[in-house]
Design a protein around this ligand. Structure first.
Ligand SMILES: C[S@@+](CC[C@H](N)C(=O)[O-])C[C@H]1O[C@@H](n2cnc3c(N)ncnc32)[C@H](O)[C@@H]1O
Length: 216
């Protein structure tokens, strides 16, 4: 991908669009591979479960999420370009009968109440100015006992990223508090560290948190 300046990259990560969208989607897959694998492992989808992913980009990790037999996937994306790319990718993977992408916003999920068993959001919290409205929506979409995995950059690490200057950063304890207020019990925390090339092409030590929570 041609190197984008910090503000252009930030806008693309917020909602991939235009000519750069497909390349940005592929770059996110490379950059976020390890974190997505860790989140999928923590969420541990069981056979037959309905899984919701918020902000999946081009749905590159859906096949790994869907390893349990009979599980089903819905990806909700703000970016029309990512909905198209993800739909194509799911078709290429032979998953159209078990997985779909839909254009939508985490603040108003286009799904029925209590229809999901598990939900995942990796590297999307930065685009939610307030956590409460989105967590309330996720609590509505999940059945009682349903699981939510949030994976996000440590605020200190994120402040070192030039392209994240206008991202909304959330401290770990603030996310835990917001989860509790929205009706979740936090059941696990993992720290994820890796040395890797970021979306801006720079190699750095990366530090993320993963939280697993159960809807009360
Ligand atoms: C930084 S990318 C992360 C993509 C992917 N989860 C990953 O880990 O590689 C953030 C994605 O979330 C989507 N997004 C941002 N805000 C959203 C919202 N309110 N509702 C749904 N999707 C959103 C963007 O369009 C973008 O594709």
């Amino acid at each position: 991908m041609t190197m984008l300046d910090a503000s252009t990259l930030a806008a693309q990560l917020r909602r991939p669009h235009g000519e750069a969208a497909l390349a940005v989607g592929e770059s996110m897959n490379r950059s976020n591979d390890g974190l997505n694998r860790a989140a999928i492992s923590l969420l541990a989808v069981a056979p037959g479960e309905q899984v919701l992913e918020i902000g999946p980009g081009n749905a590159a990790f859906a096949p790994q999420l869907l390893q349990a037999p009979g599980s089903q996937y819905l990806g909700i994306e703000l970016s029309a370009a990512m909905v198209d790319a993800g739909t194509q990718r799911l078709a290429n993977a032979g998953l159209v009968d078990r997985a779909a992408m839909r254009l939508g916003d985490a603040h108003a999920l286009p799904v029925d109440a209590a229809c999901m068993d598990a939900a995942l959001a990796v590297n999307t919290l930065y685009f939610w100015p307030n956590l409460a409205p989105v967590l309330d929506e996720l609590a509505r979409a999940l059945r009682p006992g349903g699981r939510l995995c949030l994976a996000f950059g440590d605020a200190g690490f994120m402040r070192s990223l030039p392209f994240a200057a206008d991202f909304q950063l959330h401290d770990l304890d603030a996310v835990e508090l917001a989860l509790r207020a929205a009706g979740f019990d936090v059941s696990a925390w993992r720290s994820h560290r890796e040395s890797a090339i970021g979306n801006d092409g720079q190699s750095r030590e990366k530090h993320f948190h993963l939280l697993l929570a159960h809807r009360r």
